[in-house]
Ligand binder design. Sequence first.
Ligand SMILES: *Cc1c(COP(=O)(O)O)cnc(C)c1O
Length: 379
Amino acid sequence: MKFATKVIHAGIEPDPSTGAIMTPIFQTSTYVQSAPGEHKGYEYARTQNPTRTVLEKNIAALENGTHGLCFGSGMAATDAIMKLFNPTDEIISCNDLYGGSYRIFTKMYARYGLKFNFTDMNDAANVAALITPNTKLIWIETPTNPMLNVVDIKAIVDIAKKHNILVCVDNTFATPYLQRPLDMGADIVCHSATKYLAGHSDVILGAIVVKDKALADQLYFIQNCSGAIPGPQDCFLTLRGIKTLHLRVDRACENAAKIAEFLLSSDKIKSVHYPGLATHKNHELAKKQMDKFGAMVSFTLKEDSMEAATKVLIGTKLFSLAESLGGVESLIGHPATMTHASIPIEERRKTGVLDSLIRLSVGIEDVDDLIEDLKIALN
Ligand SMILES: *Cc1c(COP(=O)(O)O)cnc(C)c1O
C-alpha cells in the first residue's frame, strides 16, 4: 500500500457491529466478560481501547513498523522510552533538540541515574567518541529544532549497530510522509502527534513505533504499568487528522520553500535556516534522507536584540505568536523565550539560539498572503 492510501486505510475497518465507516470513539473504561477471563480481547481501557488500537496500527503502518503505541503526549512517549533503561545506563543525544526533551533528560531522568551526553550530530564521529560500554541509546532529532540541522540517520545507525546500541529518532518535524527512520535501521521512532500527524492544533498526543516484538513488549508493559495513555476522543481526532497528512504536508512544504526564498532576499535578515535551500549545509543529506524538506523555517535578524525580534513577533497578523507547530495555520515563535526557555543560556547560544532567532511553522494558507504578512512585520 502506498502512503496516501495508508493514511486513509491502514489498520482501519468499518465498525463490525454497525458498519460505521469512521472508527467509533469507544468512551468506556471497562468491557463486559461473558465468563471469568472470557472476553473479546479488551479487559480494561488503560490496557486496550479499540479507538486507540486502530490509531496505533495506523501510525505503525505509516512508519513501516510492526508495533505502534500511543500516549497522552509526545513527552509521555519520551518518558516511556526512558523507562526502558536502568541507573548507570548512558544515552547520547543531539545537542540541538526539543526543549522539553532536554528537560526530561537532564532534570528528571538524570536524577534516576541515567547519564546523558549531548553532542553536535552533524559529525557522526562526535557520537562515536562518546560511546562507552554503558551506552544504551542514541537519541536523534532531525531536522533539529529550531536550527533545522539534518542528522545523518544511516551514519549514526552504522556506528550504533557495531556496539549494539539502540537508536531512537524523534520524527515529529519530518513526519513519516517525508522520512522513515525504521527503514534506515533505527530501532524506535517517536512522535509528538500533537503536531503534523493530528495537524489541527486541537489534540495533545504522542506515539512510538518499533519493528521488534521484544522491544514492543517492553514498551507495552511500560504503557500499561504507568498508564500515560491518550483518551479515545483524542485518538479519534488524530486518526481524522492523519487522513490528510500527505496533502497538508505537501502544501506546507511548498509554502515553506517560497517563504525561505523570500526571507533570503530580505535586507533585514542575517541568516535563513531551511534544509531545502541549496545554501543549507545539510542540503545534499536532506535530499537523500527526506522526500521533501519540511515546513519549519527559522531565521535571524541583522539586529540581534530582543527588541528587534519582538517587533517582528508581534507584527504579524496571519502568523500567530504561539508555541507548537504542524497545524494548518501558520505560527511564529521565539525559541529563546518559548520552546527553548528551559535550556540554559550558554547551552542555547552554543547551538545558535540567539535572541533574534525566529521560528516559523508554515501552514497551508495562501503563500502570497503569508509573505505579505512577513514583509509588513519585517518593515
Ligand atoms: C512538541 C514536541 C515534543 C513534545 O510533544 P508534546 O505532544 O507536546 O508532549 C517532542 N518532540 C518534538 C520535536 C516536539 O516538537
